[in-house]
Design a binder for this molecule. Structure first.
Ligand SMILES: [Fe+2]
Ligand SMILES: [Fe+2]
Length: 206
């Protein structure tokens, strides 16, 4: 008789696969930054669009039945996006929230920064475990934890922080933040994509 946990895992995997589509490549995302300069003026919509790119990999990293190659490729993609979006978000939105006169804004900014610090720490640990060259249970566990933490963080930002931001930041300032955010994203993604790529496509499992 099939174990109930296995049945549920199979069903969740099947369900996720139905919703899943091929994640946008980093090169496509880089190209979209350029077109967003002229088409997307809404800062919050832009941040949410970048969350959606990250969610494409979160779904795979939290799926127990995704293949190892899929997980390894998506961990690499996810950490690059985390670096781009996370740093650019901190240097624009969080800075403004932290220096805002409303206590609610300041707390949101500080909480967000605290959560970023934790996920960046796990990201560093994953890099020191050399996840690009091989795959271990420890890497897989850390990948799952960082993806779940980020899923929660994104939910919190979209459900609370961004509403607080809309309430306390003027439209004019939002417009400036949007431009600054895009230019910072471009710097971060260029640094990553133009650096020598060492990623091995074949997974070695030990
Ligand atoms: Fe964030
Ligand atoms: Fe965010």
């Amino acid at each position: 008789m099939t174990d109930i946990k296995t049945t549920i895992a199979n069903e969740v995997h099947g369900l996720k696969k139905t919703f899943r589509h091929e994640p946008h490549s980093l090169s496509k995302i880089r190209a979209s930054l350029e077109s967003d300069k002229s088409t997307t003026s809404n800062f919050i919509e832009l941040l949410e669009k970048h969350h959606d790119y990250m969610k494409e990999s979160i779904v795979i990293l939290t799926d127990n039945l995704a293949s190892l190659t899929e997980k390894q490729t998506n961990l690499d993609r996810f950490l690059h996006l985390l670096n781009m979006h996370g740093k650019a978000e901190e240097e624009t939105l969080y800075e403004v929230l932290i220096s805002n006169k409303s206590k609610e804004s300041r707390l949101e900014g500080f909480c967000g920064k605290e959560e970023h610090d934790h996920v960046f720490l796990i990201s560093k640990e994953l890099q020191s475990l050399n996840y690009k060259a091989h795959w271990t249970d420890e890497i897989e566990a850390k990948a799952k934890v960082i993806a779940s933490l980020c899923a929660n963080h994104i939910k919190e930002e979209e459900g609370v922080m961004y509403h607080v931001a809309k309430k306390n930041i003027s439209d004019q300032e939002m417009q400036k933040l949007s431009e600054l955010y895009l230019s910072k994203c471009a710097v971060y993604i260029n640094e990553m994509l133009d650096a020598p790529r060492k990623f091995e496509s074949s997974v070695v499992y030990h």
